[in-house]
Ligand binder design. Structure first.
Ligand code: SF4
Length: 238
């Protein structure tokens, strides 16, 4: 349902704290990668711009989310030391448009690096989501990086050797060595999914009330989202 409201009906969207937080951290990493900020400046910029960048409230539970996210981001930028001295930066926040089996496909590749010793390419996606939610659906999440691999092939003439999630709140990478089998599976999945969207008449609704209430950007235009928000208001004691 959210896909329909967002991309087909083009309803106005509302932002949420998770998305604003992710955008803030992406923006700092982008400016670093473009040479506009030095590593030692990142923590100060993170602090100085935070309130303006993240204006929404985090959900009230689990408790302490806002402070936890803030502290984890600050810790990351305080200790940030790049992505490895052996890499040259090939592109930063590269908006691309691809033709995947006859379908127009757009995306943004956060960071593409080339190892100057081996010549191999690594694609990096900065992620603010939890490690638990990434790993719970790692197979599905990794498809995003395989679409970036298609772009790397088109632009640089070769597939990347490494697909990497930069889980910056944890200061850790989650890596997937490129697999042609997985690449083909992803292209098949994209084709099936786009065909499904074109013929879909019964838009599924989310099974997560938490997502509907706090995260969905089109919840103001969805009867399910409105019902969840207002039923909670009705059940909240005065
Ligand atoms: S409020 Fe829930 S059901 Fe409605 S569009 Fe958003 S995620 Fe889907």
């Amino acid at each position: 349902m959210a896909f329909k409201l967002q991309y087909i009906d083009k309803m106005p969207q509302i932002q949420n704290a998770y998305a604003s937080y992710g955008t803030h951290c992406h923006s700092i990493l982008e400016r670093w990668a473009k040479g506009e900020l030095m590593s030692f400046e990142l923590a100060d910029v993170y602090i100085a711009e935070y309130d303006e960048a993240v204006k929404e409230y985090f959900p009230p539970f689990p408790r302490g989310l806002a402070g936890k996210y803030y502290d984890e981001g600050l810790q990351y930028f305080k200790t940030f030391d790049g992505f490895g001295d052996q890499y040259d930066i090939l592109s930063v926040e590269d908006k691309f448009e691809l033709n995947i089996r006859g379908n127009r496909f757009v995306g943004i590749a956060d960071l593409i690096l080339r190892d100057r010793n081996t010549g191999q390419i690594t694609v990096i996606d900065h992620k603010s989501k939890s490690m638990q939610s990434l790993k719970k659906k790692l197979f599905e999440n990794t498809r995003q990086l395989y679409t970036y691999a298609a772009y790397v092939k088109e632009r640089f003439g070769e597939y990347p050797s490494m697909l990497r999630f930069n889980m910056f709140r944890y200061g850790k990478f989650v890596d997937e060595p490129f697999s042609m089998e997985r690449y083909t599976e992803t292209m098949d999945w994209i084709e099936r999914t786009i065909d499904g969207i074109r013929t879909d008449k019964d838009w599924l609704v989310s099974s997560s009330g938490y997502f509907c209430k706090f995260i969905c950007s089109t919840r103001d235009h969805c009867p399910i989202g409105q019902e969840i928000i207002h039923s909670n208001e009705r059940s909240t004691p005065a």
